[in-house]
Design a protein around this ligand. Structure first.
Ligand SMILES: Nc1nc2c(c(=O)[nH]1)N[C@H]1C(S)=C(S)[C@@H](COP(=O)(O)O)O[C@H]1N2
Ligand SMILES: [Mo]
Length: 424
């Protein structure tokens, strides 16, 4: 947990103070990139860990990361945390690679704390405009045909604190309300077919079983297209934080609709206009009107390393690494700029490029210590190009919280430190 607000806010004074410390540190390490090492463990000596037997199997029945990775954790921001039960913790994107988020590091967003649901007492009810109202147990769900799908989930409020200017110093905080895992579950279409949606059924009310009872209206068309009731993530059962034992998966659409601990689906003929789709999760435009039902997540990307929490420690060959995603299908291309968007080069995408999933991109550069303004921009298969923050503000103003997919700029300083900035 971040206790000190200043640690996450961009502060000129703090940056200067921090820079001196880092420069001194680099000098001590000789800028060779070799971290402080204990000579007795280095070649030609035999290292301590080679001299005795290690822990046996099943000493750790459920494995944990190495103790040396103890800083790779979810973090929250105190001034965004009114209460622990209605808050958010962020994925440490700067410490991860590839496209899959480890289960224990997936960001969490709860409105009423983590419901502890006994799987034996779990029920999913489908009612309303259906031929046969049904109640499924978890076992019922697990017996049905299942699919495995990798999808990103992004909270619509991701980057929401950056609408009025660069604020939080780290991609964990500016972009960490996203995770991407492989879900196993039942296509929602199958459940709805069993219940038999009546011809006038057009919308679903989907409701969570937690204390917030979070509910949203979901168009039937989307439900029949690619939504699923998932009970596994990355092979194992959902984590309690992610809605154990079952959650709704709404590929490409805002995270708020991905109802956790889902307990009820009511079929109706029109949307319900619940709190979460009226006073929240609508975007107040400069005209005073609000955008309605902005379900899809627009194409977006961010350089995860280097970034404020992942500074450069040496000159020379450097891999710039980042994530891109779009709610409208597949990412087609990612570009990287070193000069704040004046010139662009095409980044290399490595790993799978899947529908409504994150992709990993790399740009390899030779860094000679010159200050850079690092940016990335995603393009998707619909031809949509991620806009600059200014272009976005011209249309949407600055009253919004949600759907900020503007291009992020990181200023890489000569000493390797990175700061959240904006170019104008
Ligand atoms: N039942 C329930 N479902 C919920 C929420 C909640 O508080 N209760 N939060 C929503 C919001 S706002 C988001 S962004 C996602 C977060 O999913 P995660 O915690 O798995 O990251 O869950 C959504 N589903
Ligand atoms: Mo959210």
């Amino acid at each position: 947990m971040i206790k000190d607000d200043d640690k996450t806010r961009t502060s000129r004074r703090r940056f200067l103070a921090g820079a001196t410390g880092l420069t001194a540190g680099l000098a001590a390490a000789g800028v060779t990139g070799v971290a402080q090492a204990n000579d007795k463990n280095l070649p030609p000596n035999v290292a301590d860990w080679s001299k005795s037997l290690g822990d046996g199997v099943a000493v750790r029945p459920y494995g944990h990361p190495s103790k040396f990775e103890k800083n790779v954790i979810r973090r929250d921001v105190q001034w965004l945390t009114a209460s622990r039960e209605s808050s958010v913790s962020f994925t440490p994107l700067h410490d991860l690679d590839g496209i899959i988020t480890p289960n224990g590091l997936c960001f969490e967003r709860h409105h009423g704390g983590i419901a502890e649901v006994d799987p034996h007492d779990y029920r999913l009810m489908i009612h309303g405009l259906v031929e046969r109202p049904l109640i499924f147990t978890l076992e019922d769900l697990k017996r049905l045909p299942r699919v495995n799908k990798i999808y990103f989930l992004e909270c619509a409020a991701n980057s929401g604190m950056e609408w009025r200017g660069a604020q939080l110093n780290g991609c964990q905080y500016t972009h960490g309300m996203i995770h991407c895992v492989q879900y196993t579950g039942v296509p929602l279409k199958l459940l709805l077919e069993q219940a038999g949606v009546k011809p006038n059924g057009k919308w679903l009310l989907v409701e969570g079983g937690d204390a917030s009872g979070l509910d949203r209206s979901l168009p039937l068309e989307k439900a029949l297209d690619d939504c699923m009731i998932a009970y596994r993530m990355n092979g194992e059962m959902l984590r309690p934080e992610q809605g154990y034992p079952a959650r709704l998966v709404v590929p490409g659409w805002q995270g708020n609709m991905w109802i956790k601990w889902i307990r009820r689906i009511k079929v109706g003929d029109q949307p319900w206009y619940t709190r979460e789709e009226t006073s929240k999760y609508t975007d107040l435009m400069p005209s005073g009107k609000a955008r309605k039902f902005t379900f899809e997540m627009d194409a977006k990307s961010v350089i995860t390393s280097p970034s404020p929490q992942a500074p450069l420690t040496r000159k020379g060959f450097t891999v710039i690494s980042g994530l891109a995603w779009t709610g409208r299908g597949k990412v087609k291309r990612v570009d990287v700029s070193l000069d704040g968007g004046r010139n662009w080069r095409t980044a290399k995408i490595d790993g799978p490029v899947l529908d409504k999933a994150c992709v990993r991109f790399y740009a390899e550069i030779e860094w000679n210590g010159e200050p850079l303004l690092l940016q990335s921009r995603a393009m998707d298969e619909t031809g949509y190009v991620q806009p600059t923050k200014d272009a976005l503000r011209k249309i949407r103003g600055v009253n919004s919280i949600y759907h900020n997919n503007g291009i992020q700029t990181w200023a890489l300083k000569a000493n390797g430190e990175v700061e959240n900035v904006e170019v104008g």
